[in-house]
Design a protein around this ligand. Sequence first.
Ligand SMILES: CC(C)(COP(=O)(O)OP(=O)(O)OC[C@H]1O[C@@H](n2cnc3c(N)ncnc32)[C@H](O)[C@@H]1OP(=O)(O)O)[C@@H](O)C(=O)NCCC(=O)NCCS
Length: 222
Amino acid sequence: MSHPSFAPPGDAAHATPTVLIGAGGHAAALIEVIRAAGLLHPVGCLDQSATAPVLGVPVIGDEARLEALRHEGVAAVVVCIGHNATRLRWIGRARALGYALPVVAHPAAILSPSARLGAGSVVLPRAVLGARALAGEGTILNTGTIVEHDCELGHGVHVAPGAVLGGGVRVGDGALIGIGAALRPLVRVGREAVVGTGAAVVEDVADGATVGGVPARPLARE
Ligand SMILES: CC(C)(COP(=O)(O)OP(=O)(O)OC[C@H]1O[C@@H](n2cnc3c(N)ncnc32)[C@H](O)[C@@H]1OP(=O)(O)O)[C@@H](O)C(=O)NCCC(=O)NCCS
């Protein structure tokens, strides 16, 4: 396939032309991961509100351009959106348009050879994914997370910086595990649940629940 509009320069000549969806802080973090990994060439970001370049990557329009870019030689999409359900929706849309959805992992992350990560997942520096761990599509393993052996994460899960999941923890689709949370081995966190920053989860968390504290308890939310 030729790449007429987005031929990357110099050392990036063999990298895959890639468009990023989103132009916020998560995009900045992922641009640095992409550059460190070296296999993709970020040609631009799509965003409906931001216009400023992100670490030198221009904003080239809003998400409505996604379909046209597929016909202009752009081959892959990295969805840079922290909101779990929104990220999964864009992954589905990009797949329907025929884009590749590569797993993007920083070279300073440690991924067990027996672990598996679904399409469109991202792994930031110093994250560790242990033996036989499984994670679905659109997973974010953020900076310094530890997901221990035999964990099973559904689709669209975000494990925020510094969170630690003990062995065999199961996390349902769309759940957020907050910054610095610690999860006891074998606990189950339900779909779309939120584990608050710094929580110590020692028992199962129900679908859609928000928990926080040490030990973690349901939090009343407005
Ligand atoms: C748990 C959380 C979702 C609650 O957010 P919220 O619904 O906006 O709640 P509020 O900030 O209004 O706080 C509501 C109450 O819960 C308490 N609370 C909030 N977060 C808490 C936490 N992590 N642990 C314990 N208590 C918490 C507040 O102190 C407040 O208590 P009060 O009613 O006695 O004053 C949020 O604080 C959180 O931890 N989100 C995770 C963020 C994260 O890690 N993101 C990843 C970014 S990379």
